[in-house]
Design a protein around this ligand. Structure first.
Ligand code: SF4
Length: 265
């Protein structure tokens, strides 16, 4: 599988269980970090970041400057991407997880590697882990979906493509609905997580929600724009206000408050 530069993080042991010389970016000498966004915010987790994305997001910050995707190195300006076998990923996770039981599959867009990802997820589920899939929800894969406990869906609005274009359809209501349908009458859960940058986002979110069914207000999360603490601070107030106006859940970026904008935490 093709992993992003930070790959599996934060870890202290390699696939053979041997210590890794460099300390994790978290600053601790133990594996793991917390999930920073969404319904499982604060839960100790290990992340697997896959490389490559089918979108090319870049927002406009309040100061008018471009605010690119906070993981461009994993999405469309690949730096340090590297291959790892499914077995090596699995073994690395096993050596670094106790007592952590939550694994987050993220990207980039993980479902671009759906065939291999389904094998990895099967093994992790079989080992008893809780799995979150973070996806832009332009793709759906039944094989992968069957092993996932929480679908973290982050559809991208018009504002995500400031000064950039994408040949791929950004919003795919039928794919989003497929994920939601998977959670009905099961133990699975989902969240629809939107980055809020401007008033138009609200109109677009409402229009999208009109096309979907099976969701509740608390499944709809609004997150302030901001890949670093400075931009984040500027956007918190107006995002909070929109949550209160619409009855949606406010979504913090706890990892940025705790660790700043560095990768691998
Ligand atoms: S979909 Fe996510 S990973 Fe891909 S470019 Fe947009 S923000 Fe980045």
């Amino acid at each position: 599988m093709l992993l992003a530069n930070d790959g599996i993080f934060p870890v202290t042991k390699d696939k053979n269980g041997h210590p890794i010389p460099s300390a994790p970016a978290s600053g601790f000498d133990i594996p793991g970090t917390i999930q920073g966004e969404g319904k499982l915010s604060g839960v100790p987790s290990l992340f697997v970041r896959l490389a490559g994305c089918n979108l090319h997001c870049c927002w406009q910050a309040a100061n008018g400057k471009p605010s690119p995707c906070d993981t461009t190195y994993a999405a469309y300006k690949l730096q340090g991407a590297h291959s790892m076998t499914i077995e090596d990923i699995y073994q690395t996770l096993l050596h670094n997880t106790p007592p952590i039981r939550h694994i987050v599959i993220t990207g980039g867009e993980p479902l671009l590697q759906a065939a291999e990802l389904s094998i990895l997820c099967y093994k992790l589920k079989d080992a008893g882990f809780h799995l979150t899939l973070e996806t832009n929800a332009t793709l759906y894969d039944k094989e992968v979906a069957q092993y996932i406990d929480l679908f973290s869906l982050s559809p991208k609005l018009v504002s995500s493509h400031f000064k950039a274009s994408s040949a791929v359809q950004r919003l795919c209501p039928e794919k989003i609905q497929a994920f939601i349908d998977d959670t009905q009458e099961t133990e699975k859960d989902f969240q629809l997580k939107f980055v809020y940058s401007c008033e138009n986002d609200i109109t677009e979110i409402r229009e999208l929600l009109r096309q979907l069914h099976g969701w509740k207000s608390e499944d709809i999360l609004l997150m302030p724009l901001g890949g670093n603490p400075e931009i984040l601070r500027i956007n918190i107030q107006k995002t909070l206000e929109q949550c209160l106006r619409n009855g949606w859940r406010y979504c913090d970026r706890l990892h940025i408050s705790l660790f700043g904008d560095k990768a691998g935490v």
